[in-house]
Write a protein that binds this ligand. Structure first.
Ligand SMILES: *Cc1c(COP(=O)(O)O)cnc(C)c1O
Length: 366
């Protein structure tokens, strides 16, 4: 059993994907070819915002968003310590300070109630992460940001396609940034990502930053990066889009099935708030004695992963940014989280095997 089954997805879409790649090979516009704008149009429509800018990766999307907002050395950006390193990395890369605010114990998302106390005159942005595929408390976060006139960047690398109230992940704040890394909910066959915004001026700035700060060829109006997503990767995502709604439905069904099957076991499930869904970028549960449980599952042929074993403020690269008193909730959940196999093509029979092996390892609730 694979942790994420990308092979079945390719098999299902092989004619479309092969033809899409072949078209690019024939027209030869490998950089900024017609598929780039086509994909941007379709993704903007899907998310429900006017502007989509494809970029080289999810990390690049976050970096370009911060650059477009003018975040510079010495500025502070409020974010979660319980995320993939890229979230804080791009802040530190600009010489700015990641200000880690603790997470909620049941969703592992940024705790909105703790944000306001972390705002200072140097705060330049708030960057919540939609961890595991569920958007954080964006309405509350947007309200706090509005009170302090701060922009909000959603790190939506794990949540593309998720719904939140009447909107969609990536379209809920100043910028939404996602990743098309192969294992993400919408993946390409290499690196890719996208930025979304409703602000035409910010979109234009992000487009310029993506191509070395050029407003026209060899007219460099600002410092930028080499941040384009290549045409072949855009063609892959375009070919995958027609199946994406089906995949989201499968993720929802498999997530609900896991929840029902695991209800009687000695595991704690992730909470999903009633005004949103989770696209299960990872299907993550909380277990005790994680090492032992992972070893037992491995012996049964079930792959697992840990997202993430250590919060960022306890990593050497970010220890200097650790808040006084740490982030006790992030530290606690980092010991317990364990992700189970999940992808739209996970078969029910395999899911049953995962649950049976987990039941043998953790036992039933008494
Ligand atoms: C994957 C991921 C990123 C980085 O995306 P890449 O495309 O790999 O650069 C950033 N943040 C989170 C939360 C992620 O899961």
């Amino acid at each position: 059993m694979q942790f994420i089954d990308l092979k079945s997805q390719y098999t299902a879409l092989k004619p479309e994907i092969d033809a899409a790649l072949q078209r690019v090979l024939e027209h030869g516009q490998y950089i900024m070819g017609p598929e780039v704008a086509q994909l941007e149009g379709k993704l903007a429509e899907f998310v429900g915002v006017p502007h989509c800018i494809t970029v080289a990766s999810g990390t690049e999307a976050l970096l370009i968003a911060l650059m477009a907002l003018g975040v510079r050395a010495g500025d502070e950006v409020i974010t979660s310590p319980f995320t993939f390193a890229a979230t804080a990395e791009v802040i530190a890369l600009l010489g700015a300070v990641p200000v880690f605010v603790d997470v909620e114990p049941d969703t592992c998302n940024l705790n909105a109630a703790l944000i306001e106390a972390a705002i200072t005159p140097r705060t330049k942005a708030i960057m919540p992460v939609s961890l595991y595929g569920q958007v954080a408390d964006m309405a509350e976060i947007n309200a706090i940001a509005a009170r302090h006139q701060l922009p909000v960047i959603e790190d939506a690398a794990q949540s593309f396609g998720a719904s939140y109230q009447s909107g969609r992940s990536c379209g809920l704040s100043t910028f939404g940034a996602t990743s098309f890394f192969p294992s993400k909910p919408l993946g390409c066959y290499g690196d890719g990502g996208a930025l979304f915004t409703a602000d035409a001026a910010l979109a234009q700035v992000a487009r310029e930053i993506r191509v070395h700060g050029q407003s026209a060829r060899y007219t460099h109006t600002r410092v930028g990066v080499g941040g384009r997503m290549d045409t072949l990767q855009c063609a892959v995502v375009l070919a995958k889009l027609p199946r994406f709604e089906w995949e989201l439905a499968r993720r929802a069904a498999l997530g609900a099935r896991y929840a029902a099957l695991l209800a009687e076991l000695n595991v704690r499930l992730l909470a999903v708030r009633p005004d949103r869904n989770c696209v299960w970028g990872q299907y993550t549960v909380f277990v005790e004695e994680r090492e032992r449980v992972q070893a037992a599952l491995k012996d049964a042929g079930i792959p697992t992963a840990v997202h993430y074993p250590r919060p960022l403020h306890q990593q050497a690269a970010y220890a200097a940014f650790a808040p006084a008193g740490g982030c006790p909730v992030a530290e606690r959940v980092a010991q317990d989280v364990m992700s189970l196999p999940m992808s739209p093509d996970l078969r029910e029979a395999d899911q049953d095997r995962v649950v049976a092996a987990l039941a043998a390892a953790v036992g039933h609730r008494v």
